[in-house]
Write a new protein. Structure first.
Length: 137
């Protein structure tokens, strides 16, 4: 039986399928954390790529928050706010520290290259997601 791939391996796999950063993170997280998101529903993250195509909040950040939400929330955020809010705040703070910002325009300036595009951003976001998910259990 094949062992489970790491989240970083899954990020690379999805990146090779020409997904944007948000699609890459939600698909990889869905597989890695067994979030039971239907493959077709991963399209919900598509519009977050490129900071909503406006350089705003990084799509990898947004999709990771979607994954955390799917993993943690039982019914709705307001019913779990005491545990959920600090978890999301931790993710955003750690993402900002590790990637040098939360907006696509800032992150892209530091991590994007013509050759790899946003792969480095996706890999770093995945590492932050793993750290955060460890706290969620």
């Amino acid at each position: 039986m094949e062992s489970m791939k790491s989240l970083e391996q899954l990020v690379t796999y999805y990146y090779q399928e020409d997904n944007n950063c948000a699609e890459t993170l939600i698909k990889a997280a869905n597989d890695y954390y067994q979030l039971d998101i239907e493959p077709n529903d991963c399209k919900l993250a598509s519009g977050f790529g490129g900071g909503m195509f406006s350089g705003l909040a990084c799509g990898a950040l947004c999709a990771s928050i979607m994954a955390i939400s799917k993993k943690v929330i039982e019914t709705k955020a307001h019913q779990q706010l005491d545990d959920f809010k600090p978890l999301i705040q931790y993710y955003v703070k750690t993402f900002e520290q590790e990637l040098g910002g939360i907006n696509c325009s800032d992150v892209k300036e530091k991590h994007h290259t013509k050759e790899t595009k946003c792969l480095n951003t996706c890999l770093l976001a995945a590492k932050v997601l793993e750290k955060t998910m460890e706290q969620a259990v």
